[in-house]
Design a protein around this ligand. Structure first.
Ligand code: ATP
Ligand code: MG
Length: 414
């Protein structure tokens, strides 16, 4: 029955998967605090124009990946495909452009209509960082080191390579664009249909093409480095020097152009070979033109986003949740007492599992199945003596413990 399946490209995060997912977010959140990035949340849907204009009509996201619909009031709505545009919109809507620089961290779901495969979904999750209002290369360096620190804390950094490129400033990009158009026009016959279209709309993106024939043509394409203005060159040199000073290794990749149209200067990706084709775990760059494009004051910005699902595949098994203590009431009177005991023990910080039904052996089976550390058995005899039978489920040892000192005894099992 189709309706009982999750929609293609979406998945349930069952508890084991969710623990990995949460480990990624919790680790990132901890590092974010030390770097002074404050967590925010923006809505999961926005007016379509929030994404369409800044991301650019020629990008993959806007041209074919957005979940866009008219809501019941006729508003054009899009489920967010990325964080940056929404966060920049939030800065403007909340009048925060006077408080620069702003450093934001966020984590949440994204939606893109893509062909589902390993590491590629239609609903996926990102952690994200944005540093808005700092134009200096040191901001790029710190932001990249923040990303590297998270990957390191997740044990993933050693499996990745940081690729780095510059997209220069506006004059550099104009000069390079003209050179590219001239070069590709001389190779039209070999270009894919997609790239012929990009040649009209966004020739830089041809460099990013995965088509084999395009790739051969790209191998001989002009290099951005030859078209950088002295200012853009200096900026990039400072970014590189900063990374080196922090011991962050990188390789230059002149073909690295980010999918989104508003990037300038620094572009970077942390790439792994452990995930097959979906090798980019974290990508970002500078987007000085974005806020202006969205109708705000000219404001520099730099940011990155990482796919939580891809990171979750790479991390070690996270620490398991603490083992619970099973309360095993036997008989009507014990049920009520167990309910009260469970409440007070939970308030004291214990993780308590209460058996709901069954005889002693059924409930003990259940206690073992949930890997309880100990069982607290309460029957009529125990109640009469105001004790509970506490069984260590690892050693099998059992003894009566006065109810009044139960918490003290159970503390040994934490
Ligand atoms: P890709 O080249 O893999 O399509 P992208 O350039 O579209 O990536 P970004 O927009 O930079 O990716 O998003 C940042 C990160 O989000 C990616 O590096 C990746 O880890 C993750 N990501 C992007 N799209 C998906 C998806 N459909 N499913 C799962 N993760 C994704
Ligand atoms: Mg993509």
């Amino acid at each position: 029955m189709a309706a009982l399946q999750p929609v293609r490209g979406t998945q349930d995060l069952l508890p084991d998967a969710f623990r990995r997912h949460r480990a990624v977010i919790d680790t990132a959140r901890g590092v974010a605090e030390r770097y002074g990035y404050q967590e925010i949340a923006t809505p999961i849907f926005e007016f379509t124009e929030v994404f369409a204009r800044p991301i650019g009509a020629t990008s993959d996201i806007v041209s074919k990946e957005m979940y866009t619909f008219a809501d019941r009031g006729g508003e054009e709505i899009t489920l967010r495909p990325e964080y940056t545009a929404g966060i920049v919109r939030a800065v403007m809507s909340n009048g925060l452009t006077q408080n620069l620089p702003l450093k934001f961290f966020a984590a949440g779901p994204m939606f893109r209509y893509e062909r589902p495969q390993k590491g590629r979904f239609r609903q996926f999750h990102q952690i994200d960082a944005e540093l808005i209002g700092a134009a200096q290369p040191v901001a790029d360096v710190e932001l990249i080191s923040f990303a590297a620190e998270i990957l390191d804390a997740l044990g993933v950094l050693k499996h990745t390579v940081l690729e780095l490129n510059t997209l220069g400033d506006t004059p550099s990009r104009h000069a390079y664009r003209a050179a590219l158009v001239e070069y590709y026009n001389g190779h039209r016959a070999g270009l894919s249909e997609d790239s012929l279209r990009r040649l009209e709309t966004n020739p830089l993106r041809i460099l990013d093409s995965k088509d084999e024939s395009d790739k051969r043509i790209n191998a001989e394409a002009p290099n951005f480095a030859d078209y950088l203005t002295p200012e853009a060159k200096d900026f990039f040199a400072e970014v590189c020097a900063g990374l080196t000073a922090l011991g962050i290794r990188y390789v230059l990749n002149p073909r690295l152009v980010r999918g989104l149209d508003y990037y300038c200067h620094t572009a970077f990706e942390f790439i792994t070979t452990s995930l097959g084709a979906q090798g980019t775990v974290l990508g970002g760059g500078r987007y000085d033109g974005l806020m202006k494009v969205m109708g705000g004051p000219e404001t520099p910005g730099v940011g990155w986003a990482a796919g939580i699902e891809r990171l979750a595949l790479l991390i070690e098994e996270p620490a398991p949740s603490p083992r619970p203590i099973a309360l095993v009431p036997l008989g009507k009177e014990a049920e009520l007492l167990a309910l009260q005991l469970a409440q007070s023990l939970r308030r004291a910080g214990f993780s308590i599992e209460l058996g709901y039904s069954g005889n002693l052996s059924r409930r003990m089976q259940r206690a073992n199945k949930i890997k309880a550390r100990a069982a607290v058995i309460l029957g009529d005899n125990e109640i009469a003596k105001q004790v509970a039978a506490v069984r260590d489920l690892d050693s099998g040892e059992q003894s009566d413990v006065p109810l009044a000192s139960l918490a003290e005894r159970l503390a040994a099992f934490r």
